[in-house]
Design a protein around this ligand. Structure first.
Ligand code: GN1
Ligand code: MG
Length: 530
């Protein structure tokens, strides 16, 4: 790598007058502001790979559920996790370097700081969602990787979880904890093989999936080719990736969760199952309309977490494996009823700050850690020792043998690197089939407290500081007391305010015993912010 090569390549991507920050979901903003950021993220990925002795690092170009004009970029660490948070600041600093020389200087500063050897060949793989702006940003990335001699591989349009899967597979290939075949075909084959085993002699009718007109559409169509058609029919809708303006428009998991209503394109049949993915297919929510009043019912991340935890708990119980810890990790946005339900089942719950990296980390504390954000982003992690026990357990009865076989397949079905809408879809379908549950029976486990999520524009969101997993404000001084006083006036109420990590707003959440109370509480708390 030469100074001239880096500086020359960097010249093509001048930094706009803008301050950037590597946030909860990497960098995310209007796509036209991003070329310099993506170029520099490419340099960071190269450094990260060399720092990790040449292990493969992933770069995903996506803005998830954001509008079509946005885009974003984030790094994936060697085991398929999100970038270690201490490195986010280096990404921020590199993105904000004023000119090409400053970019090069900071790059060499990091090399020295971490004593990164130039003898190691860095390896990076990358992919993008289906946005119009993605190809140009991919080119910016490629130019950076080439300038610093990275061995790179392009995977084209992929879901975010697919890229996480590929990174982990590449870095574990040939080891005793090989995660799978490092190809997209390997991904589809791993998930579908487990699904087809779990669905042997079972059929679960059909599910209609709204793909937000994003990359989940083509991926789901491909996955479906691998599934036994006698087990499931997946009706793929909102899968137009050619009309860029349709992405996440009036569709998708975020639309359904935020508005608490059907996408306008869906005419729901009573008790039929519907699901919506987000733009990069790492989130999923389910919903249905009931038979009596055709009312919309949301089955969100909390409902998926409780479903998964209880199903896995039952399998472990029937397998004869003992001393096996299962925990459920949530955020403050989890519905109070879900937390109460999980605790009533005798399972521990943990509340972490928003952002899946926090949940993921907390879930590692259990043999089986189930984590979901209410918005539908989540997965299930099995610890290495839990996997070892599941795969070596000697069953003492046919019933135990069946439970063990199911457990093994469940660990293969779940994408354990990150929340994955396609894997979660198959998981829910398997569980409902095994329980012979219609969506209303699933929904009946507990009744959500009516809730409202609002956002407020404020002068400076950084003036809002929180504690207790974001459930309480420490600053601005006195505001929390005012919120508490309001909450005290409603039944079963809870409300909190926190600054968003992805948008320049402050979020207000409120839940209470009735819809009117929840709405009123949210409005009154919001009014305090003015
Ligand atoms: C209330 C809410 O849904 N917040 C989302 C949103 O974070 P904020 O920090 O609230 O903007 O985007 C994150 C990244 O996608 C996601 O992890 C999180 O759950
Ligand atoms: Mg997403």
């Amino acid at each position: 790598m030469s100074q001239e090569a880096v500086i020359a390549a960097s010249k093509a991507y001048p930094k706009p007058a803008q301050t950037f920050q590597y946030g909860t979901a990497g960098f995310r903003m209007k796509a036209d502001l991003l070329p310099s950021v993506v170029f520099r993220v490419g340099l960071l990925a190269a450094l990260r790979s060399r720092y990790k002795n040449g292990q493969v690092i992933g770069v995903m170009i996506t803005a998830s559920h954001n509008p079509p004009a946005d885009n974003g970029v984030k790094l994936i660490d060697p085991m398929g996790e999100m970038l270690e948070s201490s490195w986010e600041a280096y990404g921020t600093a590199l993105a904000n370097a004023e000119d090409d020389q400053a970019v090069y200087d900071y790059y060499t500063h990091l090399e020295q700081k971490f004593n990164i050897k130039s003898s190691v060949t860095p390896q990076v793989i990358y992919g993008s969602d289906t946005r119009e702006s993605s190809p140009a940003l991919v080119q910016a990335l490629k130019d950076a990787l080439d300038a610093v001699g990275v061995k790179s591989q392009a995977f084209g349009a992929v879901t975010t979880p697919q890229l996480h899967y590929l990174v982990r597979c590449l870095n574990t290939e040939g080891t005793d904890h090989a995660y799978g075949k490092p190809t997209l075909e390997g991904y589809y084959s791993k998930l579908s093989t487990a699904f087809n085993h779990l669905m042997t002699n079972r059929s679960n009718g059909s599910v209609t999936v709204d793909c937000a007109n994003g990359v989940g559409g083509p991926a789901l169509r491909e996955l479906q080719k691998h599934l036994n058609p006698d087990s499931i029919t997946i009706i793929v809708t909102n899968d137009d990736t050619e009309t860029f303006s349709k992405l996440n428009s009036q569709s998708g998991a975020d639309y359904v969760k935020t508005n608490q209503r059907l996408p306008p394109s869906v005419t729901a049949q009573p008790l039929a199952r519907y699901a919506s993915l987000d733009g990069d297919a790492d989130r999923i929510v389910y919903y249905y309309v009931d038979a009596k009043t055709s009312t919309f019912h949301l089955l969100d991340g909390d409902k998926i977490a409780t479903l998964a935890a209880s199903f896995i708990g039952d399998l472990v119980h029937h397998s004869g494996i003992t001393d096996f810890s299962i925990g459920v990790v949530q955020t403050a946005y989890a519905n109070g009823s879900s937390t109460a339900y999980i605790e009533k089942q005798g399972l521990p719950t943990v509340c972490t700050p928003t952002g899946v990296k926090h949940l993921h980390h907390a879930a590692l504390a259990y043999d089986c850690g189930v984590y979901f954000e209410a918005n539908g982003h989540g997965t299930v992690l099995f610890s290495p020792s839990a996997l070892q026990r599941i795969f070596t357990h000697e069953p003492e009865s046919p019933a135990q043998a069946t439970a063990i076989t199911h457990l093994k397949n469940i660990t293969e079905l779940i994408n354990q690197t990150v929340g994955d809408a396609l894997s979660d879809l198959l998981l829910v379908e398997v569980i409902l089939a095994h329980k012979a549950w219609t969506p209303d029976l699933w929904d009946a486990c507990y009744t959500d407290l009516p809730n409202r999520l609002e956002k407020a524009e404020v002068v400076d969101r950084n003036a809002f500081k929180t504690t207790d997993a974001e459930r309480k404000l420490t600053h601005p001084a006195g505001l929390q007391d005012q919120i508490d006083a309001l909450v005290g006036k409603y039944d079963q109420a809870r409300s909190f305010v926190r600054p968003s990590g992805t948008e320049n707003v402050v979020r207000v959440y409120a839940e209470a015993a009735t819809r009117t109370q929840a709405d009123e509480l949210a409005q009154k708390v919001k009014a305090l912010l003015r």
